[in-house]
Structures are given as C-alpha cells and as structure tokens.
Write a protein that binds this ligand. Structure first.
Ligand SMILES: Cc1cc2nc3c(=O)[nH]c(=O)nc-3n(C[C@H](O)[C@H](O)[C@H](O)COP(=O)(O)OP(=O)(O)OC[C@H]3O[C@@H](n4cnc5c(N)ncnc54)[C@H](O)[C@@H]3O)c2cc1C
Length: 419
C-alpha cells in the first residue's frame, strides 16, 4: 500500500466532504472509518446558503435539491399556552433569502446528504476503508501517522481527524471534554400522510419556542416525509442524575405547550434520544501534521443549525489553502496551508459556538423575559438580514475577511418594521 497525499479519519459528513474537497484538488486521499458500514442518523437537517454555495461549487447542489425540500418560510412561534396554534413572533422569507445570498436554504434527510458525499468520494477515487478505528496519532516534521485499534499504522503528509465530538485526536492533543448543556433532543421522521392528521405547515421550517424547550418541524424527501425535533432541559441532568433525558421527562417538559406541539410529540421516537453537548472553542487545530476538522474541532449546540455546515466549510477552506500553497511541480507546502486553515476557521467557528449558546438561551426564556423577547422579535422587519449576514454570506478564506463579514447586531437595535 503506497502512502496517500492525505488521510482523513472519520466518515461522517465532515470527513467525507473534506476527503472529496481534497481529491478535487488532485490529491490521493484515504478515508478511515471505524464502522463496518458508512451511515448517518435517519433524521433531517437544515442547509443554509453558506453550505449550498459550496455544494454548487462541488457540482452536488442539483442532486441535493432533488433529494431535499426547499421550504418557502422559516416560522417562529411562541409555543406556550392552551391554544391549538402558537402565536407567530417572526419569520424568514426563504425565497427572498435565496435572492439575497444567491443560493437556497434547504432541508434534507441526513442520510441523503451523507450518501451524496459518499457517492462523490467514490466517483473521485477516494480510498474508503471501513472497520478502521483510530486509537492514536503521532507526527513528525513532514508526516503524521494514525494507529488503528488492530495495530495497523497509516502514514501520510497530513492526517485530518474528523472523528466527531468524541475525537481521540482532540483527547490526545487538547485533552478537554465535551460540555453538557443538560438539554436533550428527541427526533422523529414519519410519512407526511401521518403528519397531516395534525395542523402542520408543510411548506415551512417551523420552530415553536417553549419554557426551556423548543420543537422543530419540516418536510423531507420532496415532501413525502415529515421531520420533528423536540428539545428540552432535563431536570434530572440539572440534579446530577445519570439517567437523564428519559421519555417521562419529554412529556413533562412540553406539558404547557400549545396543542399543535403536543399533537406532534406523539410521533417522536421514544427508544433513543440525543444528549446535547458542545465543545469550548480552541485557538488552534493543528498539531504537527494532524489537523482537527468538523465536530472534533468545533461541535456546537445545534441552535443555529450550522454544525455539519461548518464541517463542510472546513474541508472547502482547507482545500483552497492547499491549492494556494502548491508549487508548479505540485508539491504542497503543508505547514502554511494548515496554519491558514486553522486561523480562519477557528475564528469563524468560535463565533458560531458562542452565538449558538446565546441563541439557545433566547429560545428557551420563560416568564417576563419570554414576553420581552417576543416583543423584540415581533418588531423585527422580516427582510432584516443583519442577524444572519455573517453566517449565510460567503465562507471566508482569511481571518481579515471573516472579521469584515462579522457585524454583531445587539437585539435591542433590531430594525423595526415600519408597518
Ligand atoms: C439534534 C441535532 C440537530 C442538528 N441539526 C443540524 C442542522 O440542521 N444543520 C447542521 O449543519 N448541523 C446540524 N447538527 C450538527 C451536525 O449533526 C454535526 O455537527 C455533524 O454531523 C458533525 O459531522 P462530523 O463529520 O464532524 O462528525 P460525525 O457526524 O460525528 O462523524 C464522525 C465519524 O467518525 C467516525 N469515528 C469516530 N471515532 C472514530 C475513530 N476513532 N476512528 C475512525 N472513525 C471514527 C464515526 O463513526 C463517524 O462516522 C445537528 C446536531 C444535532 C444533535
């Protein structure tokens, strides 16, 4: 087996998309995945224009559009109360948003996006190795080696560690642990025919905000399927109990929500749930010739729906810096390429991680603060994009571009609708 130009560890959306991005630049890439087969959770995800722009550059956007749904709106409701429907507090017009950013906002089954990248890697000739669990990483001045559980070692000029939030590379080089939010997510995907028994908005991404909880709904697979996510703060987690996030807590958390939410809860999967952890930001992802990418570098709380998108952006930015640091003979100067990748991506993802936590706090407000939040968001002009320009605009390649694109807007200065 000859050494490839790059090794990617982890065959999630981050690892596959990075392997594809590097192979597009002409590199030979080997991808090592611990599972015997590639796969993803069978639930939905949202892809904003900062991702669909990259998918278009990769020639994958039409395929992804054909597999997903392009909703018309994103609707935010106050979901607390005894009424049937919640009160709308703000919305994004996703058709107008597409005009602003030049690329669509779409929702897709995670397995469909994952399979799209897997097929793209196969077409591009990425060497895909399953049953390859990484347990250790070492680096020299000009190469890195990953050691697998069975003792086999793989060496290349660079190793990209994209093994998710519980990354062994992060454990070795940084040594920190994921941070628990005490929130837990339940998911459920059902045929649209079953969902129509309830009052649903088929052409929208819908978000209901509750007291320390929220509920998300949108269509999948050309509108044939319906995706729901219920997220709540676990009292058992706050009390320090091991067994937290159980279905009895789900029902209790949503007891004071509107009828449309409680109807939807009946369709959640109750045999599994996802405890919500994120990572603290770190200023450097490069350890010799080992580079972190995706959730191993920057697992966020999911409130901005940017986790997988950031992983896809990482691979795109890394590949661009590889091209910029390549000599006429094709030799890659990896050290400046990796340094530039880490500099721009740590800056952006730190903002996303911090804002995701704040955005979650805003969603989950209770009592008087909830009323104040609603009043501010109701006053927001539907076509005011100042909150999302820094996220949905083009992905920066250099830290100075990133800084320019970031215009933090305090909530109390939101542009108010003249009407
Ligand atoms: C409820 C919820 C909703 C979300 N919604 C969105 C959304 O709408 N939009 C969005 O962009 N993001 C969303 N996210 C975040 C997104 O799911 C993650 O950020 C993204 O999947 C991370 O991809 P990754 O490839 O970095 O890691 P992972 O998906 O965790 O992939 C890691 C891969 O590495 C493999 N692996 C692990 N350890 C090893 C090892 N030792 N050796 C070899 N292989 C290994 C794993 O088997 C896996 O295949 C959401 C997350 C949650 C929990």
């Amino acid at each position: 087996m000859t050494n490839p130009d790059a090794i990617v560890v982890g065959g999630g959306i981050g690892g596959l998309s990075a392997a594809f991005a590097l192979s597009r630049e002409g590199l030979t890439v080997r991808l090592l995945e611990r599972q015997a087969e590639f796969g993803e959770v069978g639930a939905g995800m949202q892809l904003a224009p900062n991702c669909t722009r990259i998918l278009d550059e990769y020639g994958l956007l039409d395929e992804v559009k054909s597999l997903g749904v392009l909703p018309d709106d994103m609707l935010m409701f106050d979901g607390v109360g005894t009424d049937r429907a919640g009160e709308e507090i703000t919305r994004l017009d996703l058709r107008d948003l597409e005009k602003r950013y030049g690329y669509p906002y779409l929702v897709i089954h995670r397995t469909d996006l994952h399979a799209t990248f897997l097929r793209a890697c196969q077409r591009a000739g990425v060497e895909l190795v399953n049953g390859a669990k990484a347990v250790d990483y070492t680096s020299t001045a000009d190469s890195a080696t990953v050691t697998l559980e069975d003792g086999i070692q793989h060496t290349a000029p660079v190793v990209i560690a994209a093994e998710g939030i519980h990354s062994p590379a992060r454990a070795k080089f940084v040594g920190d642990a994921p941070v628990s939010s005490s929130y837990v997510a339940y998911r459920g995907v059902i045929p649209i025919g079953d969902a129509r028994a309830n009052n649903i908005h088929e052409k929208a991404v819908v978000l209901y905000l509750g007291n320390n909880c929220h509920f998300v709904q949108y269509g999948l697979r050309g509108g044939e399927m319906f995706n729901q996510v219920a997220v709540f703060e676990s009292p058992k987690a706050l009390a320090g109990q091991e067994d937290w996030g159980t279905p009895d807590e789900l029902d209790a958390a949503f007891a004071d929500t509107v009828g449309d939410v409680r109807d939807g809860l009946k369709f959640m999967w109750r045999d599994r749930w996802w405890r919500m952890y994120d990572r603290e930001s770190i200023p450097n992802w490069i350890f010799g010739r080992v580079a972190l990418l995706g959730d191993s570098a920057h697992a966020p709380l999911q409130y901005l729906a940017q986790g997988a998108i950031m992983a896809i952006e990482d691979g795109w930015a890394l590949a661009k810096h590889v091209t910029r640091n390549r000599s006429g003979s094709g030799e890659i100067d990896w050290d400046p390429a990796l340094a530039a990748y880490s500099a721009v991506r740590t800056q952006h993802t730190a903002r996303v991680l911090a804002t995701s936590r704040e955005w979650g706090n805003l969603w989950h407000l209770a009592g008087e603060k909830r009323e104040q939040r609603n009043a501010i968001l109701k006053a927001r002009d539907v076509y005011d994009y100042s909150f999302v320009d820094w996220l949905y605009g083009p992905t920066a390649l250099f830290p100075e571009d990133e800084a320019e694109m970031f215009t933090p807007i305090p909530l109390d200065s939101v542009k108010v609708n003249a009407a």
